[in-house]
Design a protein around this ligand. Structure first.
Ligand code: PAF
Length: 275
């Protein structure tokens, strides 16, 4: 396994690889969710590249950029065990220039839900992901469904900019009690963890309602909000959208995503189910 810190060096190395490249972009602090993406990439490609980069441009003023968990040593071990060929760990200067061109998220889909709560976040995500796609020239890129809106926007970017990379959506990985794995879960105290379970419980409630043929979005959202407001400190949103992120009055089976975002303590958590 090679660790590369410079973008141009990685571009050269990539050009010398003869075969398909599976790419897993991450911000490090790797957990089972990332490992499942890496395993899928390993199974489906000749080479696997993982990037580890806490991208400053996707953090808003006052967010957790400075305290975002950094676990380089453990991450490198995890990648080695998972059969990664190359880890890309760039410095900020290696990937960003002064006064550079920027990509902006689409005006509607990029500025609802996460985009409304975190304005500018998706511009930063798309900017870095575009760079990473160009540096790695990936054949397949693996993204978790947990960041559903991010996944939708990156998929749109590949279409709008005629990129060659194939986006592979991957299932959410949960712990034994149902919490969707996230690097930010490490911020939760024991008591907060118990209360954070309400996110996945509210989604289970929604899926039970849908299973009993309740498709009315407003009824499902009210039931979820009732459950959530008893446990979380601040509910950012509950939403029901189609796979293109258009709000739905009625759940469309096979084409809907039910999403929740909430603060437990100071930690902002998101979760969703695809129905
Ligand atoms: O999902 C993430 O971890 C990040 O948003 C990504 C895609 C690695 C871009 O920094």
């Amino acid at each position: 396994m090679q660790i590369v810190k410079d973008a141009i060096e990685l571009k050269k190395l990539r050009a010398s690889l003869n075969g398909s490249v599976g790419f897993v972009p991450t911000m490090g602090a790797l957990h089972e969710g990332h490992i499942s993406l890496i395993k899928k990439a390993r199974a489906e490609n000749d080479f696997v590249i993982v990037s580890i980069f806490v991208n400053p441009t996707q953090f808003l003023e006052g967010e957790d950029l400075d305290k975002y968990p950094r676990k380089d040593e453990a991450d490198i071990k995890i990648c080695e065990l998972a059969g990664v060929d190359i880890i890309f760990m760039p410095t900020i200067d290696s990937v960003y220039n002064e006064d550079e061109l920027s990509i902006t998220a689409p005006k509607i889909r990029g500025f609802i839900l996460e985009g409304a709560k975190r304005p500018g976040h998706f511009d930063g995500v798309l900017q870095i992901v575009m760079k990473l796609f160009n540096i790695t020239d990936a054949t397949n890129a693996y993204f978790g469904k947990k960041d559903a809106q991010q996944l939708a926007l990156i998929t749109q970017m590949t279409k709008d900019y005629f990129l060659n990379v194939n986006i592979v959506p991957c299932e959410i990985v949960r712990d034994s009690r149902g919490i969707a794995l996230s690097s930010r879960n490490t911020y939760l105290s024991e008591g907060e963890y118990e209360r954070a379970l309400s996110l996945s419980r509210s989604l289970k409630l929604a899926s039970d309602m849908v299973a009993k043929s309740e498709l009315d979005s407003s009824k499902i959202k009210v039931a979820m909000e009732d459950l959530l407001t008893k446990s979380v400190d601040k509910l950012d949103y509950v939403a029901i959208v189609d796979r293109e992120f258009r709000e739905l009055d009625k759940v469309e089976i096979g084409n809907s995503i039910i999403l929740v975002a909430a603060f437990v303590g100071n930690t902002r958590l998101i979760d969703n189910i695809w129905v």
